[in-house]
Design a protein around this ligand. Sequence first.
Ligand SMILES: *Cc1c(COP(=O)(O)O)cnc(C)c1O
Length: 414
Amino acid sequence: MPKPGSLSCVLCGRVFEPEGAPYTCPDCGLDGTLDVKLDLESAGRAGFSRESLAACRDESLWRYRAILPVEKEENIPSLRVGWTPLYESRALASRYGVKSVYVKDDGRNPTASLKDRASAVGVAKALDAGQSAIACASTGNAASSLSGFSAVAGLESYIFVPERAPEAKVTQLLVYGARVLLVKGDYADAFNLATAAIDRFGWYNRNCAINPYLVEGKKTCALEIAEQLGWDVPDRVFISVGDGCCIGGLYKGFADLLELGFIERVPKLVGVQAEGSRPIADAFAAGAARIVPGREDTLADSIAVGAPRNWAKALRAVRGTGGTMVTVTDEEILSAIRELARTTGVFGEPAGVTGFAGFRKMAENGALSPDERVAFVVTGNGLKDAKSARRAVGAPLAVAPDIDELIPLLSRFN
Ligand SMILES: *Cc1c(COP(=O)(O)O)cnc(C)c1O
């Protein structure tokens, strides 16, 4: 396993040694999130290659452990995470006029969202650091994920979620035995309270936008997309954006693969936000160097983030790959839930299908070319928020247990 290398500030480039490094750059404050530098060359020398992966039988993200910053093998939690399916949808490709469409179903992770990739690494890092308690603030999924991984690792977890978090996600926390604080306020309030408590009590910080190692976990989504496509990466990858860690993770994953020589180019990354919570899309459109915090007005709770914490990595991911930012309405998100499920069999939560909604919008606007291969990530499972999904579909027909009543009703399905 690699020794974690130095860390560098995404804004000013200041370098820190891993021993005793701060979570974020003291010169740039909370906006100055850090990048983890790994010694990829020595991973290559030690035998990590496309061929070694082809022979690897580990069907989890730990197949990439040679380029993940975890020190002790025994600290890897046993819950299986990653290596989620990548489906090709010919139906979507022909409907939207592109060459190929690939659907990465990250709702298939153990607690049903992409956040499990970060929690797996975060919990291993907390154990590496000899910590016994870990904490995070979350719109919901990072919390349910952390609580699941803490349970299996025997860590105490302190979780701060805004009071609007969907019931299924809060239920997951309680079931896993987390110490749950439902914060009276929005995500920004939950984040600030968690940060103050972490400072005060010295818990390990699993906030993805603060702890640089968590983006390393999220990068495995990009590693898998590339490997599952035989290292012939798509032209574009769409993903929903809240804080910006997931898209920052995709960028880091593709950048690592390019540096390793496993791929020849990096896909254009497209970040998709909800119309009612779009500070990163606005900054991108304005060509601004920084974001201006805004509203959190969308039913897609996982991306209802008015004050995104990892905006610098998100903007770099989009600008650095020739990608773009797209926004979609809540109506478009609801119809995307329906269409994706009915076309591919993949049921996503609202933020889970937002990447698909952004792809659909760009295709409909004629912004994609017919020879493009595109992928989008479904970041969370639809059962996480059944209430929103029910808004996207009608009510079922009620019928007496009587065949004569059934027959006339059947015509209503047409
Ligand atoms: C957290 C989350 C996102 C957004 O990820 P960020 O790293 O906050 O940008 C998108 N979809 C789902 C389902 C999530 O849980």
